[in-house]
Write a new protein. Sequence first.
Length: 168
Amino acid sequence: MATIKLTINNQPRTLDVEPDMPLLWAIRDVVGLTGTKFGCGIAQCGACTVHLDGSPVRSCSVPVSAVSGQKITTIEGLSKNADHPVQKAWIAHQVPQCGYCQSGQIMSAVALLKTTPKPTDSDIDNAMQGNICRCGTYTRVREAIHTASAEMNTANKLPKNGAKVGKR
Ligand code: FES
Ligand code: FES
C-alpha cells in the first residue's frame, strides 16, 4: 500500500491504495465518484476520460501513483449545476442515448475547446476519435461541440464589467 495525495475536483484527497491501482479505480471505488465509466480498460474507448492538470487522459490506464500531487477533474467537477456550456449543448442537442460513453465524450470535448476554441469538423473528428460510442451519437456530438464553441466564444467577447457596448 502507498499513501497518495492528489486533488480531485479542487478537493485535496489522501488515498491509501496500491500504487499500481488504475486512477479510474481510485476515482470510482475509493473516492466514490462514479460518473467516470469503465469501458475497455486498455485506453481504447475513452469512457474513462478525465482531465489531468487540464489535459484529457484515459484514467483506466494511468496508475494512481503516477498522478500523485496533480489535479484531476472528473465530470462531477466540471460545473456545479451541470451548466458548463458543453453540458448545456449536450442537453440541447439530446446527444446521449444509452449515456454510457457520454461523460468521457464531454471531458474530451471540453479539453478540445480549451486548446481549439473554434474547432472545424475535422478538428472535432480528430480530437474525438478515441471516444467510442456504441449508440452512434457522433453527429450530435459534433453539432453540440459547435454550439458550445459559439456560446463560449460569445461569452468571452462580453465586456468584463458588464457594461453595455455603445450605451452611455
Ligand atoms: S475504459 Fe479507459 S479507455 Fe476504455
Ligand atoms: S450514448 Fe450509448 S455508448 Fe454512447
